[in-house]
Structures are given as structure tokens and as C-alpha cells.
Design a protein around this ligand. Sequence first.
Ligand code: AMP
Length: 105
Amino acid sequence: MNDIFLKIINREIPANILYEDEKCIAFYDIHPEQPGHFLVVPKRLSKTILETTDEEASHLIKIAKKLAKENIIDKNIEGFKLKVNSGKSAGQEVFHTHIHVIPYK
Ligand code: AMP
């Protein structure tokens, strides 16, 4: 299976990683919508957010909040968006669940 995010998790391809724990990893988006745009990704494969367990989903949100505070708000960037594209028609291109965290100055 051609899971590009699994390859990042397994260090088979490089990424600019800003956080990792036993359940998830966060790295900067290769085509950022805004400077500082990063992704929070569970290590266990689920294709969309609906396939995550409630525990996995709440951990992803917890880490997205922590990293948004440390990397956006504490750096005096005023706001950010959290985005989860689910399904091709909604713009999902990588079918390994991820939360986009997008800063807005
Ligand atoms: P989505 O459209 O929600 O599936 O978003 C997938 C995101 O993954 C896009 O914003 C891509 O720019 C990003 N992306 C794809 N490949 C990589 C990669 N190798 N490293 C970092 N981000 C990536």
C-alpha cells in the first residue's frame, strides 16, 4: 500500500517533524497553505477520521491544540484553522487520517 504518511512514520522518506509520541506524529506540510502549516497524524492507519477510535481522535485533537499553542499562539500569530478533509469529494488526497493545523497572521 502506498501510504506516504506511513513512510514518514517509518523514516523511509524525510519530513520536517515537529512532534512525535507513541500514538502520533506531526510534521510540516510539504505544500503549505500558509507558512507554518503542519499535519497531526495517527501512527495506526485509519483512512478517514471515521475509522479512528474515539481515543485516537481525542489524542489527535489534544496534540493539535498543544502544538497550535506552542508553535502558533505563543509565537504571536493571531489565529489558526484545524481542518480534516474526509473523502475525495471533500479534497482528501492522502488516505491516512490527518488534521491540518494552518496558521493565519
Ligand atoms: P489532504 O488533501 O487533506 O489529504 O491533505 C494531504 C496533505 O498532505 C496535503 O496538504 C499535502 O501537501 C500533504 N503532503 C503530501 N505528501 C507529503 C509529504 N511527503 N510530506 C508532507 N506533507 C505531505
